[in-house]
Design a binder for this molecule. Structure first.
Ligand code: 5GP
Ligand code: MG
Length: 179
């Protein structure tokens, strides 16, 4: 499928599944090196990161654990600027190496909020791992250790990412076609 329509918008294929998986493996290989023997706890931020987290985890060959948290700030295709609470963090992360796993970093506001919340719980370290990064939109200084793919400022869907809750099941990543 080179084009899909979701609700009122058209999207065209942008990053095919094979390329996504190759990039995910590259990031996983780096983590296999960096985090060997450290038993990291991956904290995947729902909903968007569920597919990335699953593939990343399958490429990790070191002992590791995963848990899921939620912190939503987006509706439709524009950031509302409204930041919600972190929910679902039941693990004791004290003295543990934590890797926050995100689908996409846009302005960076969501990740900043996440780091503030996690920081108060005294983990041994916090690394950021994101599938996608829009460097042109980043407003908050963030030390992003693992980025699978850098993209332009356009709105994308697929591979876990939604447009109004639809399109998460697409295997490839699609970009919005401006009408
Ligand atoms: P930030 O707080 O960095 O501005 O936004 C992060 C969140 O906005 C992401 O976790 C994601 O839910 C949403 N987001 C940002 N850009 C896009 C995009 O191009 N497509 C989709 N589907 N969500 C996006
Ligand atoms: Mg996200």
């Amino acid at each position: 499928m080179s084009e899909v329509t979701i609700k009122d918008k058209r999207f065209r294929i942008f990053i095919p599944e094979a390329e996504i998986l190759g990039r995910v493996k590259t990031v996983a290989d780096r983590m296999n090196q960096d985090l060997a023997g450290k038993n990291p706890l991956l904290l995947a931020v729902l909903n968007g990161s569920f597919m990335f987290a699953a593939d990343l985890m399958r490429y990790l060959t070191i002992p590791c654990e995963i848990s899921f948290v939620k912190l939503a700030s987006y509706q439709g295709i524009a950031s509302t600027g409204e930041i919600k609470e972190v929910i679902g963090l039941n693990e004791d992360i004290t003295d543990r190496p934590v890797v926050v796993v995100e689908d996409i970093i846009d302005t960076g506001a969501t990740m900043k909020r996440m780091l503030e919340t996690l920081g108060t719980r005294r983990p041994a370290s916090i690394d950021i791992c994101t599938l996608l990064l829009k460097p042109g939109k980043l407003k908050v200084p963030l030390d992003i250790k693992y980025t699978a793919i850098e993209i332009p400022n356009d709105f994308i869907v697929g591979y876990g990412l939604d447009y109004d809750q639809q399109g998460r099941n697409l295997r490839d990543i699609y970009t919005l076609v401006e009408e």
